[in-house]
Ligand binder design. Structure first.
Ligand SMILES: Cc1cc2nc3c(=O)[nH]c(=O)nc-3n(C[C@H](O)[C@H](O)[C@H](O)COP(=O)(O)OP(=O)(O)OC[C@H]3O[C@@H](n4cnc5c(N)ncnc54)[C@H](O)[C@@H]3O)c2cc1C
Ligand code: FES
Length: 428
């Protein structure tokens, strides 16, 4: 045997060290993968815990979560993704500007934003549903539809302020302020009951988040996803919805186009021509009890809730979210059993503005009465969930069209969902 030179020895040591390093590297990658999957599992378990049996306390549980923040927090736009052919629906991926972790949310919840108004010192407040999966830990995603002026509006009517701000001013790196995830429109996750998600237009956003959650948790629940939209050009998240429908055996996707064009392909792009209706759901509901989640335009929600009640669906099995003023949806009347006297007329004094107005039921909420009469009032969701409109009651009392998400403090009210019980003085 030949004797080893010093160079051979050094060479062997280098090769040995490199092999050991590679082996350690592989072990460490495997370790990190294991750790990642473990964390992923724990993360999902944490959610299941959070949204399970005590569903009603979901918000309170979240409030206790260490990561939840109070007031506003800055978010930076990481990415924007166009979501339909029309280019008027876009997803915005937002990461916390401070780099610290963000709290989890329940599928169905929303973020509230303070949106700057170009040329104005006061921001406006708007809510946008979280459209991503609750398992995404680094960023939140909201999907915003650009709102134009109503077709019948007089010339010069400005388009939607916040939605156009998102579309026109938010580029990669832009910063926007948001309040923590909130809202009681949450997926009830502790049951095996079949689930029907019904989305109209951009109302698909919270329901897509629910779908992503059901997918991430490998739910075996039977799921129907009904999506109503005008045509292929407006069809949002087309690729995602298409692929999840193909990959998920327990998901039944039904797309209805109300105004299909010659390029829309039946049974590929859509299944039904016309509007979504309760009649479509009848065969499903005949065979089983289902939990129903509904989000879309006022007209669709009113027709569907009335139709579903007609089919005998229990009220507690229908959950809904409206994206606009609740009193305009008629869902309020259908769902909340508003107990107001139908023909009462009372005086409402807005003390700060020095205006006293007559209110009658057709005026809608106190906020609508104020805004329609040129009284400036801050508001966001117009559904009693964001708290932006909170106002002191100086005299009298109010009743609510729907239960506020968070009850205002004694002596305060949320005018966006309140009606006067008699003559009233508001600090507005
Ligand atoms: C819980 C919740 C979740 C939501 N989630 C989403 C979501 O995921 N995606 C989404 O896109 N939206 C969502 N919304 C709706 C969203 O919050 C906004 O209401 C929407 O973007 C419109 O706001 P805007 O500021 O763009 O329009 P606004 O400025 O509020 O204007 C609304 C409309 O009024 C018209 N208008 C303005 N001035 C006048 C005038 N003088 N006369 C007549 N008309 C006028 C505008 O042209 C526009 O058509 C959600 C709402 C809620 C409450
Ligand atoms: S506007 Fe959101 S609670 Fe009234």
């Amino acid at each position: 045997m030949q004797s080893m030179t010093f160079t051979d020895l050094v060479g062997m040591m280098i090769v040995g060290a490199a092999t050991m390093r590679a082996a350690f590297g592989l072990i460490s990658i495997a370790g990190r993968r294991y750790q990642f999957h473990k964390q992923e599992k724990e993360y999902i378990a944490q959610f299941q815990n959070m949204t399970s049996p005590l569903f009603k306390t979901c918000d309170e549980k979240q409030a206790g979560a260490e990561l939840l923040w109070r007031g506003k927090r800055k978010f930076r736009l990481a990415e924007r993704v166009d979501e339909n052919q029309n280019g008027d629906i876009c997803s915005f991926y937002l990461m916390p500007n401070d780099g610290r972790p963000i709290p989890p949310f329940c599928a169905g919840q929303h973020l509230t934003f303070d949106v700057p108004v170009p040329g104005d010192t006061e921001p406006i407040t708007r809510c946008y549903s979280l459209s991503g999966s609750p398992t995404e830990k680094d960023s939140y995603c909201v999907t915003v539809k650009r709102i134009g002026a109503p077709q019948d509006a007089p010339p010069g009517t400005p388009p939607g302020q916040s939605s156009n701000y998102f579309h026109d001013h938010l580029e990669q790196g832009s910063v926007i302020e948001a309040y923590a995830p909130a809202g009681s429109f949450c997926l009830k996750d502790n049951s095996e009951t079949p689930i029907i998600l019904i989305a109209g237009g951009v109302g698909l956003t919270p329901l897509v988040s629910m779908l992503k959650w059901l997918d991430a948790t490998k739910s075996t629940r039977e799921i129907w996803f009904f999506y109503g939209v005008r045509n292929r050009a407006e069809h949002a998240m087309y690729d995602y919805l298409h692929s999840i429908a193909l990959e998920t055996p327990n998901l039944h996707m039904v797309v209805a186009y109300s105004q299909p064009t010659s390029t829309c392909r039946k049974n590929i792009d859509y299944h039904i021509e016309g509007h979504l209706s309760a009649a479509l759901l009848q065969p499903i509901l005949k065979a089983r009890d289902c939990e129903i989640y509904l989000c879309g335009p006022a007209s669709m929600m009113s027709a569907l809730t009335a139709g579903l009640e007609g089919l005998g669906v229990a009220r507690e099995n229908i959950r809904y979210e409206a994206f606009g003023p609740i009193s305009q949806t008629a869902v309020a009347r259908n769902m909340e059993q508003y107990s107001g006297e139908p023909a009462k007329s009372v005086n409402v004094e807005f003390s700060r503005s020095g205006k006293t107005l007559k209110w009658s039921p057709e005026d809608g909420s106190l906020l609508e009465l104020a805004l329609d009469n040129g009284i400036k009032a801050r508001c966001g969701c117009r559904q009693g969930i964001c708290g932006t409109c909170v106002t002191a009651i100086k005299h009298g009392d109010v009743e609510y069209e729907r239960r506020p998400d968070k009850k205002p403090a004694l002596g305060m009210c949320l005018p966006c969902i309140a009606r006067p019980q008699g003559d009233l003085v508001l600090d507005m």
